[in-house]
Structures are given as structure tokens and as C-alpha cells.
Design a protein around this ligand. Sequence first.
Ligand SMILES: Nc1ncnc2c1ncn2[C@@H]1O[C@H](COP(=O)(O)OP(=O)(O)OP(=O)(O)O)[C@@H](O)[C@H]1O
Ligand SMILES: [Mg+2]
Length: 457
Amino acid sequence: MTVTTPHVLFVDDEPALRTVMAERLRDRGFEVAEAENGERALDLLDQFAFDIIITDLRMPGIDGGRVIESAVGRYPGIVAIVITGYGTIKDAVDAIKRGASDFIAKPFQFDELMHVLEKALEQRRLASENAYLRSQLEERYQFGGILGRSRPMQDLFHLLETVARSNSTILITGETGTGKEVVARAIHHNSPRRAHRFVALNCSAIPETLLEAELFGHVRGAFTGAVGTRQGRLEQAHKGTLFLDEVGTMSTALQVKLLRALQEREFERVGDSQTIKVDVRVIAATNSDLARLVAAGTFREDLYYRLNGIPIQLPPLRERRDDIPLLVKHFLSKFAPGSSIHTSQSAMRALMAYDWPGNVRQLENAMERAVALCAGRQEIDVADLPPELQQTPHASAPPYVEFPDEGLDLPRYLATIERDLIRRALDRARGNRNKAADLLRLKRTTLVEKLKRIGAG
Ligand SMILES: Nc1ncnc2c1ncn2[C@@H]1O[C@H](COP(=O)(O)OP(=O)(O)OP(=O)(O)O)[C@@H](O)[C@H]1O
Ligand SMILES: [Mg+2]
């Protein structure tokens, strides 16, 4: 039971029953308000958030069903119990559909009421505990903005927790769009350096001639166009983290200079002889296979080992499809905040079947496009997905099933799918069992047997 006194609203037009039950509930420690009809109940519900409402169903004026509906609509967590007269089970069922937790039939003893009430409170406690557990789980499905529930991503989160605390140089490899930059940022923001800067330098985006000055800075007149003295990215990242993106594209001449800066933690600005010391943690990323570049002689082996202190390999999305639904949900709420937009079964199947050469970035773009094409519709369908996804053969792919955290009963689950497909085959065949058996590639006798087993024969 709740720690604070639960507040009960007791609604019944029969004064004797109402006052007796209310009195006994008070004896048990409940705080009880009474209402003699539906109108009064709605008034009281306006004024106070009750934990529990117990109401008679048949009352003159506003009946119990409407009271329940408005109570549950207003306070979704409320425990609602209805009192029914003799032979009005149908009304009770109706009230449960409107949100009542349980019902109790007149005449009843107080102990019966307590029993129903305690059961309902226990159910509510379990429901909120489940919601809590679910939110805990969702928490575990991300690390500093990186989402993932697949095994490889869960392992990665573990690794990141440890390496974030260290000072080691990290080399992140992975195909384009696998999240190398998000990972680099997450490491920085979970490291002791988080109060200082995260400075990114994309080595392939800057012309080779300017890259050295960009990295180390320069003094006035160091080269044509160097009008003033400027700090390089290494200096800007002092005490923080320097993210060297696409390191594979760096010229060998610059590689030598970078190696020295990493080894000695010191360097000179271009055109200057004064040595500058820095304390920087370096995270490098590449989508090329550096080991191959080393073998081919375009990347220095010593620099490779220097950068590759802790290697982190990000698996492509097609090797961790379990992450797709989570990412889809995330991007949909990013591009359509506050909406209840979702994907249809067949759209999810297509998303799950596709190979995603552009990985998470491509999925993100696909979701942004789908939200735009959806133009207010709440369900994204296959037609809203990029053309390349529509060509993937997914019609006979198995339906996508969100795997529940608590697991599932496989034989039972398969049986429900079997039953559904058999029923649909029979519909399609207009009840003709020979045809239905053909549609299911079954022998007629096998189909008949199955029908018997599921009680449809
Ligand atoms: N696990 C993830 N959870 C949430 N968002 C992600 C995840 N992985 C990638 N993203 C998003 O996908 C996009 C691409 O990620 P990012 O820029 O880190 O990829 P990258 O590996 O650096 O790609 P490239 O090699 O093309 O530079 C970003 O918008 C990023 O926020
Ligand atoms: Mg990147």
C-alpha cells in the first residue's frame, strides 16, 4: 500500500451502505470523501486528485460508468472499482472497458471490498514498478547520446565507461555514418576533461597546405595570407580533447609532425621557433582501414601504433539490426517532436531488411524524409521510405516483433501466428479447405489436424 494515506471517493446513492462502508474504510486508515450521486462525484473529482474511486453503477442522473470514465480520463493512475447490483455483470464489463480496475457485486461484506481494493492497489503498484523498470532499461540503452540496445553496442558502452576515464589515445574505426563522431564526443563528455574543450578537426576537409597551420597554428607572415598570429586546434584543445577526424588522409610529411606532437606533447606554430607544451587527449577516427594503408606505405606505421592506443571498432548498422527500432523511434521524436508518429508493420519490416550502406546517418535522413512526406499522417508507410528501401524484398520477410525485455513464450507466440495465418488462408479461400491448404503449402489432412488442434475444426 502507498506510504501516504490513500484518498478514497465513495459514490453511492444508498446512504446506509455508503456511510457504513466509508466509516469502515476510515477505520482502516483511508481518507474518505462521500458523494450521493454522479454530479457530486464529478464536482469532487474536479477539486481533488483521489487515489481510489469506488462507485455504484446504477444511479439516477449521471451513472457510475460516466463517473469512472471522467475519473480515469483525468487521473490515469486512479484505482477505480465499481459496485454492481444483482444481474448487471454486463454493466460491470462495460465499466471495466471504460477503465475500472475491478467490480464487486451487491450485496457484499466489507472484507470482500477490502480484498478487491487491495488486489487493485497491488496491480497498480506492479504497473508503476514496471514503468520504472522500463525507464531504467531505456537509460541503459544509451551512453552520452549514443543509442543502442544490440549486444555490440551494449559491449561498447561498457568499454566507453572505462576508456573515458583514462587518458589513452583512441582510434575509432567504422564505416561512414556509424557514429564515430558521436562516440568521440561521448568519450569527452564522460571524461575528467569534460570541463574543457572538445575540438574537432576534419583532416580531409581542409586543403593539405593549410592543414598544418590549422593543427599547430601560425605566426604572422608564416605564409602568404597569414596576416595575424593564430592558435592551432591542438592549443585550443589544451586540457581538453582533440578529435582528429579522417586521419587516413593526412600527408606523410604532416604525419611526422603529428607523431612528434603526440609523443612529446609539444610543437611549434608554423613560422615560429618557440615550443608550446600542451596537455591534450587525442581521439582519431577513420573510415579507411589504416592497417591496409600502413601496408601500402601511405600511412606511417609508428603513427598508427601511437594513435591506436585503444582501438574502437563501430559495427555497421546491418550487423546490429536490433538497434534499428530504437533509432527509428529516436529520430521520429527528433523530427516530429510531441507527435505520436510511428511506422507501419510493413515499413518497419522494410527498415529491418535493408542493408544501410550509409548506416545511422542514412537511417536518420530516411526518417527526416519520411516525416516530411507523411505531412500530418500518423503512420509512416513503405511508400514514405526512400526508393532504395522499397526495392528490398521484404514482403515475405517475417513480421518485425519487438523482443520484450522479459522474454516471450515462443511456442505460444508461434501458435498465435499460425492460427492467424490459417484463419486468413481460409478467408482467402472462402472456407474451401483444399484451397486453403494449397495456399499454405500444407496437405489437406495436416490443415484439418491443425484446425482441430486450435478448436476450429
Ligand atoms: N548510436 C547512435 N545513436 C544516435 N545517433 C547516432 C548514433 N550513431 C550515429 N548517430 C547519428 O548519425 C549521424 C552520423 O553520425 P556520425 O557523424 O558520428 O558518423 P561518422 O561515423 O562520424 O560518419 P562519417 O564517417 O561519415 O563522418 C549523426 O547525426 C549522429 O548523431
Ligand atoms: Mg564523422
